[in-house]
Design a protein around this ligand. Structure first.
Ligand SMILES: Nc1ncnc2c1ncn2[C@@H]1O[C@H](COP(=O)(O)OP(=O)(O)OP(=O)(O)O)[C@@H](O)[C@H]1O
Length: 254
């Protein structure tokens, strides 16, 4: 398997005034080309920091230790062109004063060098690909005119408009109800498989992650406590914390 990204002794700490927070410490992790890797852990375990580090978008106050290498790319991968992002709150990635068609077209224009007409056509095609009804109407809508689930589909269309080879979804379904959540997970899976993308799916929900991922990496307090294929992590997990996450999920289900 080709290694897309390799983290070695990787860590991040945030310094503010005299106070430093260690968000990630001593992470050794390979991301393989074409896999669907879930990053799970409770709030504050460092999941978003890892996502931002992979995309090269860490906050200025973040200090890195160790290395991230990209054997799968000839240059440092660029957000938008090589790495697409979907966040929990699509409002954050959609411009409220631009129609969603223009937002998607702009990503295609900037990253693929398309002219305006081709970028606009590409936006329409992507709106249809994320299975939104009436692409013409949706393209001319503003984000506030769409439901939360529709906005998240638009955010996914924008994330893949630059044809990235890596898609990072950070709590992309957490704000949605269970049925829409399942639909969005199914959509992400079908797009990733159709385009041969690599997926990093970040979630606090181990069951949701298991429904999608080939491998699961479990984080706690900035440390990687366990990583393995999904079946092993769910059925024969070695770490007590992973067991706790599963038990917590089963308790909520019950
Ligand atoms: N820009 C920042 N400045 C200072 N501390 C930060 C910053 N971003 C994150 N942190 C801290 O780093 C730690 C890890 O945060 P991070 O957001 O990566 O965790 P997370 O697992 O994604 O949490 P959540 O699921 O709540 O989003 C936390 O203690 C957090 O307060």
């Amino acid at each position: 398997m080709t290694v897309l990204a390799r983290l070695q002794g990787f860590g991040v700490s945030y310094s503010r005034k005299r106070h430093a927070t260690t968000a990630l410490a001593n992470i050794d992790l390979d991301l393989f080309a074409g896999e669907k890797l879930a990053i799970i852990g409770e709030s504050g375990s460092g999941k978003s920091t890892l996502a931002m580090a992979l995309a090269g978008l860490l906050a200025p106050e973040a200090q890195q230790q160790g290395t991230i290498e990209w054997p799968g790319y000839s240059d440092q991968p660029q957000p938008g062109r090589d790495i697409g992002f979907v966040f929990q709150d699509p409002g954050g990635s959609l411009n409220p004063v631009m129609t969603v068609g223009s937002t998607i077209a702009e990503v295609a224009r900037v990253n693929l060098g398309l002219d305006r007409a081709s970028a606009s056509q590409s936006a329409h095609d992507l709106i249809a690909r994320v299975r939104l009804p009436d692409p013409e109407r949706i393209a001319h809508s503003y984000p506030h005119q769409l439901s939360g689930g529709q906005r998240q589909r638009v955010a996914i269309a924008a994330a893949i408009a630059g044809r990235p080879s890596l898609l990072i979804a950070d709590e992309a379904t957490s704000a949605l109800d269970t049925i829409v959540q399942a639909e969005i997970v199914a959509l992400i899976r079908s797009l990733v498989e159709a385009d041969g993308m690599t997926l990093v799916f970040i979630s606090h929900d181990i069951a949701l992650a298991a429904s999608l991922a080939d491998r699961i990496a479990v984080f706690r307090s900035g440390r990687l406590v366990e990583c393995g294929d999904t079946r092993t992590i769910i059925q024969q997990q070695e770490d007590a914390y992973t067991r706790q996450l599963l038990d917590a999920h089963l308790a909520v289900e019950a």
